[in-house]
Ligand binder design. Structure first.
Ligand code: PHE
Ligand code: NA
Length: 444
């Protein structure tokens, strides 16, 4: 029995949910620490180029595979190209989404914990000691990630339209205003000159470091939710008559704007207070409390609002991550949506436990990184680029030119030939090179 596929209530429902997936911890937590650890400006430039020259074509390609296949991240490939192995791209994506959620849930839990901390009066004094002490505890961070995963599961249980569209609709504008406001404040704290030098003054020697390229490309995929079947799955909920190009452009502009503004929020304050940009995964959790404390009386309230909204942004991303695996299993096992969602939520939560413990409670390292960092690097820097590479090759090299233009809605666009060139040559070659050098560098 073929089940009728659910569809988005409106084009805006689609754009908002897609933005909900894209804008999340990646823009604030991950962007700032990846940029901080990878030299600042060189990372930023390569990241922006990756977003425009690779992220945009990949997003359109994922949308078009999903809309054409009208099915989940694996089955869409099988429907479009029966008896081929292209579905491996979708499989890698589902795997990536599954693994990402395991540690995303930990960071989401940190964010919930900070929400409650601000409800209880905020964080004063040594924010670094506070953070390091919290993440090194064996139970507390796991408890908070359980809360976060619980919320994620509940929203996914409510279904595609009711759950995801509604929760994405109102948080985005408020969060963006708040981040802009905090960036303006941060720019008054006296670290602006140093922050601008760090963020925008290219240090040419950094461009020869393969680590910077792979970090920037991985961040581009992660932040745009690409290479994991999410955009593909969301595209499959589109009615065939929707237009894709402008949706992709809106989503990319907004996500990138968010990251840049959160950079302007973090780095001036960071330099003003003499903190270290290479702090790692805890960067925002250490810098933000210092900003809120500097705000004085209203700081606790602003901090509360900020972490509430960050948690919601994280949730709207985590529901998209869970949705990929749920959609994948729904069509394959004989269980209800509810059962599958609960089962996957539990398994992913359990898989997150070693990531959480690796932050100080126990020594769990792989290839020289903590388990959490390892999962992060493995997914963002290896699985996402691999899955995206296969999707690009699939569309650009196995579909006819006419099919590519029709299914990406570029048939009447003046950009179509540049898009075709990027998809056929530039993007695959660039991803392959970065992936090759990056993985080599990581392993040896
Ligand atoms: N793109 C989201 C972010 O920037 C997170 C995310 C990552 C969502 C991977 C889905 C998949 O936070
Ligand atoms: Na993002």
């Amino acid at each position: 029995m073929e089940q009728k596929r659910e569809h988005w209530g409106s084009r805006w429902g689609f754009i908002l949910a897609t933005m909900g997936s894209a804008v999340g911890l990646g823009n604030i937590w991950r962007f700032s620490y990846a940029m901080g650890s990878n030299g600042g400006s060189a990372f930023l430039i390569i990241y922006l180029l990756s977003v425009i020259l690779i992220g945009f074509p990949v997003m359109l390609i994922e949308f078009s595979i999903g809309r054409r296949g009208q099915d989940d991240a694996v089955q869409s490939f099988k429907k479009i190209a029966p008896n081929t192995y292209w579905y491996v791209a979708g499989g890698l994506g589902v795997l990536a989404a599954f693994l990402i959620l395991s540690f995303y849930g930990i960071i989401g839990g940190w964010s919930l914990r900070y929400t409650f901390e601000y409800l209880a009066g905020g964080i004063a004094g040594d924010s670094q000691a506070f953070f390091l002490d919290f993440i090194a505890q064996p139970v507390a961070p796991i408890f908070w990630s359980l809360m976060f995963m619980g919320l994620t599961v509940v929203i996914v249980l409510l279904g595609v339209q009711k759950g995801i569209e509604k929760s994405s609709k109102w948080m985005m504008p408020i969060l963006s205003l708040l981040v802009i406001g905090l960036a303006v404040y941060s720019l008054t704290l006296g670290g602006t000159a140093e922050a601008f030098a760090f963020m925008f003054q290219p240090e040419w020697s950094a461009f020869t470091d393969p680590d910077v390229y792979i970090a920037a490309l991985g961040q581009a995929f992660f932040t745009l939710s690409l290479g994991m079947g999410i955009m593909l799955t969301y595209g499959s909920y589109l009615k065939p008559e929707e237009r894709l190009t402008s949706s992709a452009a809106v989503i990319i502009l907004l996500d990138t704007g968010f990251a840049l503004v959160s950079g302007l929020m973090i780095f001036p304050a960071l330099f003003a207070f003499g903190l270290d940009p290479t702090e790692g995964a805890g960067l925002v959790f250490i810098v933000l409390p210092v900003i809120f404390e500097a705000l004085g009386g209203i700081g606790v309230f602003v901090g509360l609002l900020f972490f509430v909204l960050l948690s919601i942004a994280a949730l709207s991303s985590s529901i998209s991550l869970l949705e990929v695996s749920v959609a994948f299993l729904m069509d394959r096992v004989n269980m209800t949506r509810k059962g599958i969602t609960l089962l996957l939520g539990t398994v992913i939560f359990l898989l997150g436990i070693p990531s959480s413990l690796s932050q100080g409670a126990m020594e769990i390292t792989v290839l020289g990184s903590s388990f959490l960092d390892f999962m992060d690097l493995l997914t963002a820097n290896v699985l996402l680029p691999s899955s995206a590479l296969l999707s690009v090759l699939f569309v650009a090299w196995t579909w006819s030119k006419e099919d590519v233009f029709t299914h990406t809605d570029l048939d009447k666009s003046s950009m179509r030939n540049s898009f075709y060139g990027l998809s056929r040559f530039f993007a695959p070659v660039a991803i392959t090179l970065v992936l090759g050098f990056g993985v080599f560098n990581w392993l040896f």
